[in-house]
Design a protein around this ligand. Sequence first.
Ligand code: DGY
Length: 425
Amino acid sequence: MDKPLQLDDAARSILRQNCRGSYTVPTAKLYPFQWNWDSAFIACGLASFDIDRAWTELETLLAAQWRNGMVPHIVFHALDADYCPGPGTWGTEGVPASSGISQPPVASTIARGLYERDRKAGRKRMAAMFPKLLAWHRWFHVCRCESGAVAATHPWETGRDNAPDWDVALAEVDTSRIQPFKRSDLEHVEGDMRPTGLDYDRYMALVQFGREVGWDEEKIRSDGPFRVADPTLTFTLLRANRDLRAIAAEFCEPVAEIDHWIDCLEAGAATLWNPALGAYDSVDLRRGEASGSLSNASFLCWYAGINEPTMLGKLEEVLDKARFGVPSYAPDGAGFDSRRYWRGPVWAMMNMLIGIGLGEFGYAELARRIRNDVRLLILSGGFAEYFDPCDGAPAGGKNFSWTAAVWLAWATPTLKEGNDGIVTA
Ligand code: DGY
């Protein structure tokens, strides 16, 4: 069997091995629960060989939705003491236990993709899921869009945990009262590929703050130590709103509210434009300052339906400086670190979203280049959590579900030409 076919098999095996019944862990040990946007990407990969299980992945995630509409970033379905911070530290209410923050909402986009793959089989499931997705998007708009763009209250909420974007905002977080904790991630991955100890102290201080105010969004908005408008959340929600609108129209549901959200987020995305950087950026809402970060999230604009020509030049510059794919941070940026998690490494699923957006706007050559880079990374390094953009070395956790899913849905050369594996709007 040739290598791509072997990898197709291996990717399916990883998704099966990481399956825990009705949900899938990102990878064993390092991440032993269900993660929000991981599950959305996993569903996209599962759809290539088990569409019923793909729906179940999203249904299990949405079953953990809070009464206020929030869908948590971690769902602690089963106890596992080998993870920090566990459910006790988050101190949230509800069953199953969960974290108190959300994550980039790619689920509606993936759900639309599942539905469009097989409308007849997916009709009932999509109809049942629609109100939950709508409530989640509404939660973002009511609780997080005061500046137009979507505000994150914790770096984990953006999915880009230790991106240089947050360095200045995090420096103000008071860590003097944090309770002792023991990191377990360092038992599974080398320290130079993970956030620093100082980063973790600040992450824990933010969790402690949320717990102390009972995860009350009003209090978090007025007093939370970290509030940064983020391009990942903003662009994924804008795209998700467009997909949710398509679902609403298909199911004869009202669309006016969603249309309003789309208008608001198009205006909100414009507030992320940093003229000094010549790119989309994150904005620290407490200080009213842009972070000056050109990241992989900056290039999600096309995925969100925004065709910004200046970003094409920026993308070409970044692709030329990094040897493999779109890195998580510009290689000439002061905070760049080729191995350290979100400060440089290439993430397959971010590259997939960027590539899909480019393809939808007809930038076929760039889309092909990015897909090809990710293909080469996986062909040579396997299903790593992320990859070094300078030498292509695999890094982080191994046997990673979303890298396997991205392979099956988008990167494998065994896919039929023109198949995006996700959804073409
Ligand atoms: C982790 O544990 O590193 C996660 O990214 C937090 O969600």
